[in-house]
Write a protein that binds this ligand. Structure first.
Ligand code: PHE
Ligand code: ZN
Length: 874
């Protein structure tokens, strides 16, 4: 057990800062073994503060204090405690000069200033700036920064910081300096600097008002050919934000840097976005369509933060979803506009429903705006990001696109340059639209996934159809009772001939029902027969919906629902019912209906191929677990496998035909038509190889040999790995590694194909991967691709009945916690859901959590995850 228990921070304790910092002047001297940070802060009392505090208390972690002066005179009565520097009795306004010594090379936490493959870079969100210098490290303290970086000119020719370069020159001893100035006040978490030997890729963008913005991407020389897609994505995002939100970029230069060692995906530092290499670098030979897609949306996400996050930022970290929820919503809208909105929505909801719903149903459940945290790094969650985005989407649905845009304009105008709350965001939406969102605000404060129970009656005589919807929400930690939510339910009714029925006097065939009470009834009249309801179209609210559709009705909806999302969802519901009926012994044979539905999809000309590929994918094991109490993973997997076999065998000829008809030839382009074709053709390949016969083997081998892009190559490799062809598998894995061992992004994929494989990715296999020369404990991507993929995606082997998978994870978490607590806490995620599983799995998972809890020097990050999972701390 830890010596002292870390304390929680509470939203209710928020106080305005006692002091404000208007200006920060930094001079950062970089050396091989350390860095010296000279900081001059212009500080004044905060007129809004009533505490009358006389002492200035600054945050600082693991800093060597070299000197401290107040208005030019050395300070002698200061105190340095764990995490703080206190300067007693300071004047009304003054300047403070602080010099600290830090050790970036030994920084394995990757927070603050650290080294990654020879370059220096920073990560300050949420509380990393305090690892660079003493500061009021909280987002409601906004200052203008001037940053001078000094380093050896040969080793670090490129020196970057936020804003515009204003001065540069040679220094003694082969050193040089570049000085940057950022005119926009910002919180310390948006500070960034980079120093390295990097190549520069230039582009430009002309804004709506005619300003030319310099776009620059900085990467290591070996990555020079992988910048094009990110730059193209950036330009699309800049144009889109002008068009859809009226937001123009505000500095003269926008920089993007790729670094290999990064705890998260990317970071929106003002004017200097820093990316995990895996989220920004791409070429057709090395990146899949999925990676191209992810890069496009992450580049856009970080760019969009310039307004939703940087110009208007968060008052405190409880408001994290103010910037993240809104920005995820914006990047979702952008991705929808760049490709197929329906497919984008399906992929997104699929992830939300499996992973965020699981979080909301587990011991770490928290509201979109949490009430308390022990370590804020643990709150970059699916709830804050993805559910937060769904909450914004519901506002968009309730207001409609035009009012929503007026609300966002008002929000940006009213709060530009401020640090505000989610409440301020909702108020702007209310004020612009005159809609009352009082009850709607509960989405921010109440955790848990609401459940809708729908029943219906049809009165043939009067032709009246009545839908009754009851809402409820399960208890979550610290919240036993929930008030009803304000829930928009988009819906329609469909006649037996497939016609969309009019719902009102204006003959609308689609409407949004608004639920506010515990129970509502809605009547639709003038109907000739009992309709089939199509509910929650486009997944209009993040809820679980229960309605007793028959399998025949689901078949009907799969082909007839005018809403593409609901067509897919009907197919998922049907497949879930078929699989779980097999698993629970309600069916002894696989119902042929899904096969027939898939056959229709495969043989109907003119359907959206990306949609067909999505519809052919059976519900994931993770989603099936989520829908099952006391989940027995092996049994669920067995049933899913049986259904998949049946489908694949029955459809073999159609699958072969689809591949012949749709596989794109010619040169690679990341373009919706090609992406859709590859997606369909590769889904068909996966199913074919599941049969385990000669035809699948040949197709996979041929594609592996002939592929000219990574999408096809990796799909073929995966198909071979997850197949009974052991010699082919070994050969393909060896070949792939031999071809790509020099490229970290591809090696990451090679690791994941193995650690995620239900065929070969057992504990022995992942243990061997950890010993592979390319594995690197200090590189979060490698750790995630081997350990994270095994525990998060390879549920078959992670939940091996002998508990070996759980033990394996426990050991690796323990090892990682000693040097990178953010990563160890992230990796512990799969254990938190232990209560969802069958008794033998549950006991083994809880046992690992208890062992971790009892470690003597557990990090606060891991402490919070482990104790909350066990239900031991609030
Ligand atoms: N703010 C980043 C984003 O979502 C995520 C991030 C958080 C990165 C914390 C690093 C550290 O855009
Ligand atoms: Zn973000």
């Amino acid at each position: 057990m830890r010596a002292e228990q870390p304390q929680a921070v509470h939203l209710a304790d928020y106080r305005v800062p006692a002091f404000l910092i208007d200006h920060v002047d930094l001079r950062i001297e970089l050396f091989e073994d350390c860095a010296l940070v000279h900081s001059r802060l212009n500080i004044r009392r905060n007129p809004a503060d009533e505490s009358q505090a006389r002492d200035l208390v600054l945050n600082g972690e693991e800093l060597g204090l070299e000197s401290l002066m107040l208005d030019g005179r050395p300070v002698e009565n200061h105190r340095v405690d764990e995490g703080f520097l206190t300067v007693p009795s300071v004047p009304e306004h003054f300047h403070l000069d602080v010099t600290t010594r830090i050790h970036p090379r030994d920084n394995t936490r990757l927070e603050g200033l650290y080294q990654s493959s020879g370059m220096f870079c920073t990560q300050c969100e949420a509380e990393g700036f305090r690892r660079i210098t003493y500061f009021l490290d909280r987002p409601d303290v906004m200052a203008c920064y001037r940053t001078r970086i000094e380093a050896d000119r040969e080793a670090y020719p490129v020196l970057l910081a936020n804003g515009n370069p204003v001065d540069w020159g040679e220094l003694e001893d082969g050193r040089h300096q570049v000085t940057w100035e950022d005119p926009y006040p910002k919180p310390s978490y948006l500070f960034a600097m980079v120093a390295g030997d990097l190549v520069e890729k230039r582009d430009e963008f002309v804004t709506g008002s005619g300003r030319t913005i310099d776009l620059r991407m900085y990467v290591e020389a070996r990555n020079e050919a992988k910048c094009e897609h990110a730059l193209a994505s950036l330009k699309k995002a800049m144009a889109w934000d002008e068009e859809v939100y009226g937001r123009e970029y505000d500095l003269d230069i926008f920089m993007v840097v790729a670094v290999d060692d990064f705890n998260m995906g990317a970071m929106e530092n003002k004017g200097l976005n820093i990316f995990n290499s895996s989220c920004v670098l791409a070429s057709p030979e090395t990146a899949t369509d999925a990676a191209y897609d992810r890069i496009e949306s992450i580049v856009a996400h970080e760019y969009f933060h310039n307004w939703s996050g940087n110009r208007v930022t968060c008052r405190d970290w409880f408001q994290l979803s103010l910037k993240e929820g809104f920005t995820v919503f914006r990047d979702n809208q952008f991705s929808a506009d760049m490709g197929s909105p329906t497919v984008q929505r399906i992929d997104h909801v699929n992830m939300l429903r499996t992973a965020q719903f699981a979080e909301d149903a587990g011991p770490m459940a928290h509201p979109v705006r949490p009430d308390s945290y022990i370590e804020i790094a643990n709150f970059y969650t699916l709830t804050v990001y993805e559910k937060g985005a769904e909450v914004v989407r519901m506002i968009h649905t309730l207001l409609g696109p035009d009012m929503f845009r007026e609300g966002s304009d008002l929000y940006f105008a009213r709060h530009d340059g401020q640090a505000v709350t989610t409440d301020d965001f909702v108020s702007a939406m209310e004020d612009a639209s005159s809609r009352d969102l009082t009850q709607f605000r509960r989405w921010y404060g109440q955790a848990g996934t609401p459940e809708l129970r729908v029943t219906d009656t049809f009165d043939a005589e009067s032709g009246t159809y009545t839908l009754t919807i009851r809402q409820s929400c399960p208890a979550t930690p610290g919240q036993s009772h929930k008030e009803p939510f304000h829930i928009p339910v988009r819906m329609g009714l469909i006649a037996s001939d497939g016609e969309a029925l009019p719902l009102d006097a204006e003959q609308n065939t689609e409407t949004v029902l608004e639920l506010t009470g515990d129970e509502h009834s809605f009547q639709f009249s003038g109907l000739a027969e009992r309709p089939v309801p199509s509910l929650l179209r486009g997944f209009s609210a993040p809820v679980k919906l229960d309605y007793p559709w028959t399998r025949d009705q689901l078949m009907f909806l799969m082909s007839r629902d005018p809403d593409g999302f609901n067509r897919w969802d009907a197919g998922q519901k049907l497949a879930v019912d078929v699989i779980l009926s097999i698993q629970q012994g309600r069916d002894t044979e696989v119902d042929p209906r899904p096969v027939e539905a898939y056959r229709t999809l495969l043989t109907t000309p003119g359907l959206d191929r990306a949609m067909v590929a999505r519809m052919l994918a059976l519900p994931s094991t993770a989603w099936l677990i989520e829908l099952t109490d006391e989940a027995d993973v092996a049994a669920i997997d067995g049933a899913r496998h049986q259904v998949e076999q049946t489908v694949a065998r029955a459809l073999r000829d159609e699958l072969v035909q689809v591949r012949a008809d749709h596989h794109p030839g010619g040169s690679y382009a990341f373009e919706p038509g090609q992406v859709a074709a590859r997606s369909l053709s590769n889904s068909a390949l996966t199913l074919l190889t599941r049969i385990g016969d000669e035809q699948g083997r040949e197709q996979a081998l041929a594609q592996f040999e002939q592929a000219t892009n990574m999408t096809d190559r990796l799909a073929a490799l995966k198909a071979l790995v997850d197949s009974p062809f052991s010699q082919e598998r070994e050969d393909a894995l060896a070949r792939f590694h031999a071809d790509w061992h020099h490229d970290p992004q591809v090696v990451e994929q090679w690791f994941a194909v193995q650690s995620g494989s239900p065929w070969i990715g057992n504990v022995n296999c992942v243990t061997e991967l950890l010993a592979h020369p390319a594995f690197d404990w200090k590189n979060p991507n490698k750790v995630r691709m081997v350990i994270g993929v095994f525990a998060g995606r390879n549920l078959t082997h992670f939940h091996s009945p002998d508990g070996s998978g759980h033990r394996f994870l426990g050991e690796q978490i323990r090892r990682l916690d000693a040097f990178n607590p953010q990563i160890s806490a992230q990796l512990a995620q799969p254990l938190t859901r232990w209560r969802q599983y069958a008794p033998h799995l549950r006991d083994s998972m809880a046992g690992i959590l208890r062992e971790l809890r009892d470690l003597p020097d557990l990090s606060r990050d891991l402490y919070e995850v482990v104790t909350k999972s066990l239900g031991e701390s609030g």
